[in-house]
Design a protein around this ligand. Sequence first.
Ligand code: PLP
Length: 418
Amino acid sequence: MHHLEHIRQTDPEVFDLIVNEEKRQFEKIRLIPSENYVSTAVLEATGSVFTNKYSEGYSGKRYYEGQQYVDLLEDLANKRACELFGADHANVQPYSGSPANLAVYFGLLKPGDTVMGLALPHGGHLTHGWNVSITGNYYRSVQYTVHPETHRLDYDYIRELARKEQPKLIVAGATAYPRIIDFAAFRSIADEVGAFFLADMAHIAGLVAAGAHPSPVPHAHVVSTTTHKTLRGPRGGMLLMKNEVAEQIDRAVFPGLQGGPHNHTTAAIAVALKEAATPEFREYGHQIVKNARALAEALVEKGFKLITGGTDNHLILIDATSRGTRGRKLAKVLDRCGIVCNMNTIPFDPRKPFDPSGIRIGTPAITSRGMKEPEMKTLAGFFARAIDIIEDKEAQAVVAAEVAEFCKAFPAPGIRIG
Ligand SMILES: *Cc1c(COP(=O)(O)O)cnc(C)c1O
């Protein structure tokens, strides 16, 4: 019997799509740094009957009856989150990373207050005050950039900017920054100007849990994260906070922003948090970083220029123009070669966001498949070949077949083929 037997019977169209997606995730080298493979246990929890339950409110203070197990579940998830990250208080109800950030804005600020975050083209997230986001419209947003030469965060300049602009909230965290973030420095800047400090660790939560990146939790008033990136849980969001802001933030999540929490997601977050507290996960987090470093070195050897010259975390930003192409083009060619990544702006990019200079890659998903340093050399070889055959679709299909063969040796968590 197929593991999706019921869908196969009742809805062959969706069945086919799921099976094809499963095959795609198995046969390709997935390098999008915000993606991963969750365990079968996490998948089971997301597919559980907790999806049937409404539970607006918080444990012990709900608006509907029947919360005997939901309350225990949410308490367990919160307890595991606090223990894993050393937080005072946790909230696992945000539907995803963006609503988690929005809840912090809504909880701590008034419309029009000044917020300060890293500009999107420099690695920040939309919700850090970028102009198309609600966070750049309902608040007065001041954006900092990375240093024009080093392309790293420059804490003296950020401090100067904060002194001048007097923000009420300073946001640190990134979607495309390959280096360690100094959260203690951000807190000291926030304290100097009397701002709240929000650390958004969406990309690096798994590294933080594993001890492979310094934790923002001791420093920030609030830490936001997604649960589905390096943390390797279901799609979801989570807030960790100091007791002093807990009431305000909880009220902003519910009833401020959301209705009923996604209890099946809470179940899967609880499962993922238990997994993340194991020695195996610690090793996983450190291996992500070792792999990223090995891949960065191997790419440099193949003539690719990397932003900041390398990486300290799970992520690498490649300047595609260093090999005579562009981000959009290279991302498309790599996909046809069986290697999935995304185009990305590079700091001070002279090109447009829809056709930027760079691509962004990362090692969380391939490390979940057990790839190690030697495989990173193989991977850099595939990149170099993609450049050589950039106009030759037939040759690209040949590489894709080789990549699929290569992937067979690396079982993917949660995927029941191969
Ligand atoms: C991914 C990400 C988010 C948003 O998460 P969604 O779940 O996509 O809403 C927020 N902040 C940072 C830094 C991220 O990388």
